[in-house]
Design a binder for this molecule. Structure first.
Ligand SMILES: C[S@@+](CC[C@H](N)C(=O)[O-])C[C@H]1O[C@@H](n2cnc3c(N)ncnc32)[C@H](O)[C@@H]1O
Length: 190
């Protein structure tokens, strides 16, 4: 069993965190198509997947943790939603020529997937991405800098997309206000 699976299974088995959609998705839900396919990549408890399925999208949710996915299956069934969950250690090969109208990635960073994510977007498809930055202010998120975004890095990783929305507040102004820990990105394949 992969080390990451053991780690994340243990976190989800012992935690009472609830599934919630990422801010970048919730606050920009008006951009979502009314029908089509969606992927919540490294979904955890699937807050994004539930949100996408509620919006009428045919939704897949992939994660390395079967414990998290079992909780998502329970939640989607009791909400009367269909979400196709896939327990998998995600690599570029996982996409295997599938394409989606919407891909959401929150609080997960594996730079080696960037090109597979781009390829997996349908024409006009949207990528919503939100994750931690290297100069975050709080202790939330990973401490290993390999899993933290450099300044403006999402703009470079996904420069092939047309930029729709970007927020990275950095350390400008009143540090007690605003999300200083994460960068938020939306891009469209045009
Ligand atoms: C910080 S959690 C974020 C979960 C969810 N996207 C959210 O925003 O709540 C990171 C997730 O990535 C998953 N993960 C880590 N490495 C992975 C890998 N190589 N393949 C698939 N999932 C992975 C973990 O199981 C965990 O659910």
């Amino acid at each position: 069993m992969p080390e990451q699976q053991i780690k994340w299974d243990q976190i989800y088995r012992n935690s009472d965190i609830t599934a919630a959609p990422a801010t970048v998705l919730r606050q920009n839900a008006c951009l979502l198509p009314t029908q089509g396919t969606a992927l919540d990549l490294a979904c955890g408890l699937g807050g994004n997947a539930l949100f996408l399925a509620q919006h009428g999208l045919e939704t897949q949710a992939w994660d390395i943790s079967p414990v998290a996915l079992a909780k998502l299956d329970d939640k989607s069934q009791s909400a009367g939603l269909h979400i196709q969950t896939k327990p998998v250690k995600i690599t570029p090969e996982t996409f295997s020529h599938q394409a989606f109208d919407v891909i959401v990635v929150s609080r997960f960073l594996d730079r080696s997937l960037a090109s597979a994510i781009l390829d997996a977007l349908n024409p006009d498809g949207l990528l919503f991405y939100q994750t931690f930055v290297v100069d975050k202010l709080t202790r939330s998120g990973p401490s290993n800098p390999d899993y933290l975004l450099q300044r403006n890095e999402l703009l470079t990783l996904f420069e092939a997309l047309t930029l729709v929305y970007y927020q990275e507040l950095s350390r400008i102004g009143d540090l007690n206000a605003g999300n200083r820990d994460e960068a938020l990105f939306i891009g469209q394949k045009t």
